[in-house]
Design a protein around this ligand. Sequence first.
Ligand SMILES: C[S@@+](CC[C@H](N)C(=O)[O-])C[C@H]1O[C@@H](n2cnc3c(N)ncnc32)[C@H](O)[C@@H]1O
Length: 301
Amino acid sequence: MAVRQDTIWQKFLFPVLRMLIYQETLSNYTRSIDWEKESDRFRRDDVIIPTYYSSKNFHGIKRGYLNYNAAASYDAITQYVLPPNETWIRQAVIDTVKVKNTRRILDLGCGTGSTTLLLKQAFPGAEVIGLDLSPYMLVRASHKSESSALDIVWRHGNAENTAFPDSSFDLVTASLLFHETPPMVSQDILGEAFRLLVSGGQVLILDGNQNNLRQIEWLNDVFEEPYIRDYGAGSVDAWMGAAGFAEVYTQDVWWLNQLTIGIKPIIVEDAKLQTNQQQYISTEPEPKIDDNLQGFRFPAL
Ligand SMILES: C[S@@+](CC[C@H](N)C(=O)[O-])C[C@H]1O[C@@H](n2cnc3c(N)ncnc32)[C@H](O)[C@@H]1O
């Protein structure tokens, strides 16, 4: 599939942005890495790449995220497309975490790990896992966590079907993922988040502001974003409610973005169980998640 040349991004914005990006630094970084070898560290044979993902170009990059150029250039570009300030936008996720005991955190569609790193910095005692379908994005994410000395597990996987055990996370997040997936897939991902969370656990979805995307149709033509129109027409709020979450609400994040929050309800039987688990957990050290995820034990709040 040919890369679209008619988007505002390709015609006007990218040429300007090229001047702002440190092209030489970026090229040196890209050339310094054996992308195939490094991505093999993460690539898992049991991960099936869905067609909606592999058959489209994203942001003018052929085959989208299954291309090392996407991983190398992502951060340099993203800082300019999250006004007024990328860190402020991402910080909204951290500021909205309500769960008291954030022992295990999963960041779905983590990309190069910008939000994942913030989560680990905010909750240093938590085991933090970033999961993504692109092993190239995980290479870039791992370089960032290594240079920041942050212990994060980077995992190749599909957010629709992560293969992690039920009720094994206290917090599940996704930033800038849902505008890149068809609405049916976003809904499946919310279903998966519900399965993965303990009762009382929280889900946080940061993405483009759907109210604004609906009103400003031309914004959909700025980038080559195959699913953003359908995303804008939908409602993360409604999808979250349909997945079973309670206390769902959406707040604006600096006008162009939004954050949707939901809690997995505590049912009475679970509440009894969790009291027992708390007593059990407190007598033993927490297991660490290893690559094979053998360390998972029944979680508690
Ligand atoms: C726009 S990037 C966002 C990356 C990062 N979360 C951030 O905030 O910068 C979208 C990411 O979602 C990943 N992705 C898309 N569909 C996915 C899926 N079904 N499962 C896991 N990752 C997915 C892509 O590979 C890409 O890295």
